[in-house]
Design a protein around this ligand. Structure first.
Ligand code: SF4
Length: 615
């Protein structure tokens, strides 16, 4: 958090301290009348003169500030607390909480604010204590809507998903992850509510519905001065001046606070992206860490259900890396999210099973799933800048990941945070732990994401495009880091990428996805040197060549899930298609043990007549 502008802070602090210190200032009794000195001008005993009843104007002004500010602050704080709770619950939990939060505020908003205040005050009687809940009710819809909108804009951020991946509960995510990121708009709303509270209190007191005479109040002072303004205009000037300056100062303070708590306003921040993991091996070992069988994901659309992921089967064993490769829109990331139990609410599992260390994660309760996420399995997202919470220090975020699954003392947690940073090769971990994400380089941020991912020594790491947009040097460093971590800790890695050169560097096995289904799978050595599916061949040809020759782009685009052709999904882009390819969806054929392809012409195209299709 930046240091806020000191001027509005000092002004508001001075006003508040003055109001609090009023009983100790030795002022004249604000209600003591002296009819003989009605509207007397300023004197040594009465610096601002006396009002229409001979009361000391300065004393009434300062006591009035105390009343006005107390009512405004209490009502704004009450509305802020309640509105924030309702907006957070409605925005993050959805369903009943969302319905209650929004519809109840619609009812309140049916009444113009001043009329609502007048109605309640008329029903329950005037007085400062009545004003506080009345004004809080008037301010409540503003807080609920601001917080609700803030939650909607933040809840899909990757750092929120990252906390879910770590197994954090919903309350913790709302309070520790989402709330700090919407603190700026809430503070602005708080400033507006407090300033409006001062105005409304004065207005209602002016109308005789607020503070009751003879108690001092700025509204009562303005009301009384109105009838004598031709004889003593200064009696009107002082409360109006106090009111205007206080509101201006409060607005300036909250603007300064908003700027201070919003890290996006820090100069010199540039969003960047992340890196990721692994190396090569074999598929479907006897005891897979991850075993996905026939996974199908369905989404309802106005045109009917679509299946962006169909019948996907793959496996990862300890100490090895499976690269899931394909163009954008092939269903890779959705598959990774399904494994973590993090599918967006519009998507559902329509078939298949996912086992992690023998546990069927698709059938686990949310609580059990949370205990697995961030503990036995972890996920590293594509963009570390959006995956890291911008308002928390790096060390705090790693500690959060650890404490989501372990009860540790502050000292032990700190040691573990520093150890995690050292493991991912971050120099000077003590200083880096105190840094905010925007103070780190792109490579450093990605290392931090990996440090969070491995903080609890997960057995399975899912890395979704972790090296996208990193420069070649940083990309190589991150790939080396993942390979080292995998070897040292025996993790299994599912590496999601669209880059075959990256696959060649890190993968033991490769699964090629196209239009929601696996079209080829095998060891990295086999798939990359003897591809059996025309799409894999096209991907290889579209990669940058070592001799500097121009790569061949793949004509056309991946078909949308509701526009899939009847037969082979790749047929519209395949230069080898025949009429037979368009008759029915090809099955996944086993060309030889450990190497499968979804192409009916694989044998002719591969020119390998000795290999026999098994099924
Ligand atoms: S089945 Fe036919 S259209 Fe599909 S990839 Fe093989 S050759 Fe191409």
């Amino acid at each position: 958090m930046k240091r806020p502008n000191p001027i509005p802070v000092a002004v508001v602090a001075a006003i508040a301290m003055l109001a609090m210190a009023v009983p100790f200032l030795g002022l004249a009794n604000p209600t003591a009348m002296s009819i003989a000195h009605r509207m007397a001008p300023a004197s040594a005993a009465h610096w601002l003169g006396q009002d229409e009843y001979g009361r000391d104007v300065l004393s009434r002004l300062l006591w009035g500030a105390r009343v006005s500010l107390s009512v405004a602050a209490a009502s704004a704080a009450m509305a802020c607390l309640l509105g924030t709770a309702m907006g957070l619950a409605g925005g993050y939990l959805g369903r009943v909480a969302e319905l209650l939060a929004l519809r109840s505020m619609d009812v309140v908003l049916c009444f113009p604010p001043l009329l609502l205040a007048l109605l309640v005050v008329t029903l329950f009687g005037p007085g400062a204590l009545t004003l506080i809940p009345v004004l809080a009710l008037v301010f409540l819809p503003g807080f609920v809507r601001v917080v609700y909108a803030g939650v909607l804009s933040v809840r899909s951020q990757e750092y929120v998903d990252a906390m879910r991946v770590l197994g954090a509960g919903r309350l913790r995510i709302m309070l520790r992850t989402i709330l700090p990121n919407i603190a700026g708009p809430i503070l602005v709303q708080l400033s507006l509510a407090a300033a409006a509270g001062v105005v409304l209190e004065s207005g209602l007191s002016f109308l005789g519905l607020g503070v009751l005479p003879p108690a001092p109040s700025w509204g009562l002072m303005i009301a009384a001065a109105r009838s004598t303004m031709t004889q003593a205009p200064l009696l009107l000037l002082w409360p109006c001046l106090a009111l205007s300056l206080t509101i201006l100062a409060m607005n300036a303070l909250c603007d300064a606070l908003r700027d201070a708590v919003d890290p996006h306003r820090a100069p010199g921040r540039r969003p960047r992206r992340l890196p990721s993991l692994l190396t090569p091996g074999l598929l479907m070992a006897p005891a897979p860490l991850l075993d996905v069988q026939g996974l199908t994901i369905e989404i309802d659309t106005p045109a009917g259900p679509i299946q962006p992921v169909r019948d996907v089967s793959l496996g990862v064993v300890p100490g090895e890396t499976l690269a899931l490769v394909g163009e954008s829109g092939s269903g890779k990331s959705l598959t990774g999210l399904a494994i973590m139990g993090l599918l967006p609410s519009v998507a559902r599992i329509a078939g298949g099973a996912v086992w992690v260390e023998g546990r069927d994660v698709l059938r686990l309760e949310e609580g059990e799933l949370r205990r697995l996420r961030g503990n036995r399995m972890a996920m590293v997202f594509q963009d570390p800048l959006s995956s890291l919470n911008p308002v928390h220090r790096v060390g705090s975020q790693i500690a959060e990941a650890i404490r989501a699954h372990r009860s540790l003392s502050d000292h032990a947690a700190r040691d573990r945070v520093l150890a995690s940073l050292r493991r991912v090769g971050i120099p000077d971990p003590l200083r880096r732990a105190r840094s905010f994400p925007h103070e780190l380089s792109g490579g450093m941020r990605q290392r931090t994401m990996i440090a969070i991912g491995i903080a609890n020594d997960p057995k399975l790491l899912i890395a979704d495009e972790p090296t996208t947009a990193l420069d070649v040097t940083i990309q190589a460093q991150v790939l080396d880091l993942i390979a080292r971590l995998k070897q040292e800790h025996g993790m299994g890695v599912l590496f999601i990428t669209h880059s075959l050169p990256v696959v060649a560097e890190i993968a033991d096995h490769v699964a090629v996805m196209y239009a929601g289904e696996i079209v080829e799978q095998g060891t990295a050595a086999e798939v990359l040197t003897h591809p059996l599916h025309p799409y894999t061949t096209a991907l290889l040809r579209s990669a940058p060549a070592e001799d500097g020759s121009l790569p061949d782009s793949i004509p056309g685009t991946v078909p949308l899930p509701h526009q899939l052709p009847t037969g082979c999904a790749f047929a519209p882009r395949c230069q080898h298609r025949t009429a037979a390819c368009e008759v029915a969806r090809p099955a996944l054929l086993t060309a030889h043990p450990g190497h499968t392809t979804r192409c009916i012409r694989w044998r002719e195209l591969a020119g390998a007549p000795t290999r026999q299709a098994v099924a």
